[in-house]
Design a protein around this ligand. Structure first.
Ligand code: THG
Length: 265
């Protein structure tokens, strides 16, 4: 499982405050903690700073890269912000995200074409959010085929089928699950990824729902996730589910996680 640490996001009060104060130490500590707890990428999002997003995104990236070698996951719907971030990011980041929305697709395609960037392909189009598994699969096909045609290796594509709140429609959980399964079956080598927290929006005990949802999705083939790496039960569930799904030869990752104390809650 590839893990993207979600904590450096200006929608969180503590992060918004740290950015306002340009508190380098606070951001670097959160980057280090996520790295130490297994994050393969550190998500950086300054989306609440309208008009100043590019400036704060650049500050976040140089601050994070001053603390850890872990590459960033550049989280913005605005292609201009993504491009500004790429100018100063050292190494190979993940872009979060391209989508089938025309403006976003047209602006980001030349950026990722022929590059070795990792790219999240979000299942959204100008027709809005997908409802069904078939909506998601159809957008995913267009995204994957379009990217591959433009020399993005399939292994660098992380399809996000888009999680929607189960409180608004009780089919959203399984439509997502079945989309993961279909995408992984139809496009060998591609990755699937998601942010989990949308599933539990509007309900109590959100962590319980998120921690359960990840296990169900791993069973369907999900191989990457945007999560809080400091949520010990979430991380333990991920290790256990991958082993139980038969994606851990000789249970060696499970045993290593145990020896490293990662399975103790
Ligand atoms: N897909 C992709 N990118 C994404 C998402 C996705 N990026 C943003 C988001 N969704 C994932 N990141 C976060 C980061 C922080 C929180 C949730 C998702 C978070 N939320 C608190 C909560 O849910 O309780 C509330 C905020 C707070 O702490 O004040 O922490 O789906 N590609």
């Amino acid at each position: 499982m590839q893990i993207v640490g979600e904590l450096i996001n200006s929608s969180r009060k503590a992060i918004k405050a740290a950015i306002d104060e340009e508190n380098v130490e606070e951001i670097q500590n959160i980057a280090k903690q996520q790295h130490e707890n297994g994050a393969d990428f550190i998500d950086v999002n300054a989306g609440t700073f309208v008009g100043k997003e590019a400036r704060y995104m650049k500050w976040l990236i140089s601050t994070v890269q001053g603390a850890v070698d872990t590459p960033c996951c550049i989280d913005s719907p605005d292609p201009k912000v993504v491009e500004a971030a790429l100018e100063l990011h050292k190494g190979t980041p993940m872009i979060n995200s391209i989508s089938l929305e025309k403006e976003r697709w047209d602006a980001l395609l030349p950026v990722v074409a022929g590059s070795d960037l990792k790219v999240i392909a979000l299942c959204m189009s100008d027709d809005g959010m997908p409802e069904s598994k078939d909506d998601r699969l159809s957008i995913a096909s267009d995204l994957i085929n379009g990217l591959v045609k433009n020399n993005v290796p399939v292994e660098n594509i992380y399809v996000d089928p888009l999680v929607q709140p189960i409180s608004t429609n009780d089919s959203y959980g399984m439509e997502f699950m079945n989309a993961v399964e279909a995408i992984m079956a139809e496009f060998p080598g591609v990755h699937t990824i998601c942010g989990l927290s949308n599933i539990s929006y509007g309900l109590p005990e959100r962590k319980l729902l998120n921690q359960t949802f990840v296990v169900m999705a791993i069973c369907k083939g999900l191989d990457s996730a945007i999560i809080n790496p400091l949520d010990r039960r979430m991380v333990a569930n991920i290790h256990a589910a991958e082993t139980l799904a038969g994606r851990d030869e000789f249970c060696s990752n499970y045993l290593m996680a145990y020896r490293e104390g990662k399975l103790e809650l």
